[in-house]
Design a protein around this ligand. Structure first.
Ligand code: HEM
Length: 417
């Protein structure tokens, strides 16, 4: 078994908060990391949905935990990611202006997303499938010989890391440097609500990535190819479609968005299968169910717990009136376990007919641009692991969580025979 070189979870900065039921937070309060809530956030999310499905937190933001209300926020009401005056909430000066597409409203968002999305069409993604299959085969061959593996270090991490590096034209040899940077940089999304130490590391990681990509882009300008980085460089060189900063920020943003999340999907999915041997047996008997099984993994334990919008006009959601400029969080874990949409929601069921209706990729204008890629990588990696491993058994009592903002295992030791 190899080590990951990734840091383990940080100690809780507010351990006393675990399990508390202060009226303002209703038992689902930050910080979760390092508390029992983080190992299994779903009972607390169910409680929140039951007692206060639409509520204003003590910090003034609102949270939604019912499926229908999250859908209404993401797809129906007038909202964006910035306030009506164009400012980003929770952003500290040191973090810069926030030029990744997920931090932009139209028309900037439309322009950036259009440029990048050309590289992520279903057809383009399918063309990478053989490459992913080869990576998975090589990784599993070694693991099956050893009879044990760390699913994170040996499968969940190498698959997206190799692919996103190849896509962007980033030397795969530099991969290890990114694993720590990208995990730390995810906390930039929490802005000034993250603990100061976490904010500091997020800024340092962003600076490290910025310097790295600046050098890489300068080098690539001299030898443009057809990789995604070259496509973005051409857009920048051809005039006003992409500014130099936007070019660097989209490249880094894609690396972060496409990397840590996919590790989480494959890692959490592998853990779910290991804990449900009957579902493993079903998948072995019916490998044609792999795509639906991946949707169920996304629904059951997706790596991203929530996403956020700012209202651009007063809106009624779930019977409450929420004012314009309020920040509203859609708790995706709540939506994906809402019994009104997913009967017996805590059951991991790879045959679930409507598993694909989950909100793990968010929704509306900012719906995950990498969803096809993430699905394909997980279908190949988890599909092969579950259907080909003679045995899949967790070799740890408790999952150790990684340092990113998302719910991603740091390591996942498994016995394979
Ligand atoms: C399991 C894997 C993944 C999950 C669970 C995931 C989830 C998400 C979520 C929740 C959002 C925000 C959506 C919203 O607010 O409505 C998002 C946005 C985004 N994701 Fe993913 N993602 C994954 C993989 C990827 C990959 C592989 C890429 C690309 C390489 C990617 C690129 C993006 C981008 C660019 C955005 C911003 C889109 C925009 O603002 O228009 N993601 N993702």
């Amino acid at each position: 078994m190899t080590g990951t070189g990734r840091r383990s979870a940080q100690p809780p900065s507010n351990p006393g908060a675990a399990g508390s039921d202060a009226p303002g937070w209703h038992g689902f309060e930050p910080p979760l990391r390092g508390t029992p809530l983080y190992d299994d956030p779903f009972p607390a999310v169910h409680h929140l949905r039951t007692v206060a499905p639409v509520h204003e937190t003590p910090l003034g933001a609102w949270r939604l935990s019912r499926y229908a209300d999250c859908v209404r926020l993401l797809r129906e009401v007038r909202c964006g990611v910035r306030r009506r005056d164009g400012t980003l909430p929770r952003r500290s000066e040191a973090q810069g202006p926030g030029e990744f597409m997920l931090q932009q409203d139209p028309p900037n968002h439309t322009r950036l997303r259009k440029l990048v999305s050309k590289a992520f069409t279903p057809r383009a993604v399918e063309s990478w499938r053989p490459r992913v299959r080869a990576i998975v085969d090589a990784q599993l061959r070694t693991a099956f010989e050893a009879g044990e593996m760390d699913v994170v270090a040996e499968l969940a991490l190498p698959v997206p890391a190799t692919l996103i590096c190849e896509l962007l034209g980033v030397p795969v040899a530099d991969r290890d440097r990114f694993t720590v940077w990208t995990a730390d940089a995810t906390h930039g999304l929490a802005g000034n609500q993250a603990p100061p130490e976490v904010q500091r590391r997020a800024i340092e990681a962003a600076m490290g990535l910025g310097a790295y990509f600046t050098a890489l882009i300068e080098e690539r300008r001299r030898h443009l190819t057809d990789d995604l980085l070259s496509v973005l460089i051409r857009a920048e060189e051809e005039g006003d479609r992409l500014s130099p900063t936007e070019l660097i920020v989209q490249s880094i943003g894609l690396l972060i968005a496409g990397f840590e999340t996919t590790i989480g999907l494959i890692g959490n999915g592998a853990a779910a299968f290991a804990r449900h041997p009957a579902e493993c047996a079903k998948l072995r008997a019916h490998p044609e169910w792999i795509p639906n099984a991946i949707e169920e993994c996304l629904r059951y334990d997706g790596p991203i717990g929530m996403t956020v919008r700012v209202l651009h006009e007063d809106a009624e959601i779930g019977g409450r009136r929420i004012p314009a400029d309020a920040e509203v969080f859609a708790i995706l874990w709540g939506a994906n376990r809402d019994p009104a949409v997913f009967p017996d929601p805590d059951r991991f069921d790879i045959e679930r007919p409507n598993a694909r209706e989950h909100l793990a990729f968010g929704g509306g204008t900012h719906f995950c641009l990498g969803s096809h890629l993430a699905r394909m990588e997980a279908q190949e990696a988890l599909g092969a692991l579950v259907t080909r491993a003679p045995r899949l058994e967790l070799a740890c009592d408790r999952i150790e969580w990684g340092p990113s903002l998302f719910r991603v295992p740091a390591k996942l030791p498994m016995r394979l025979r």
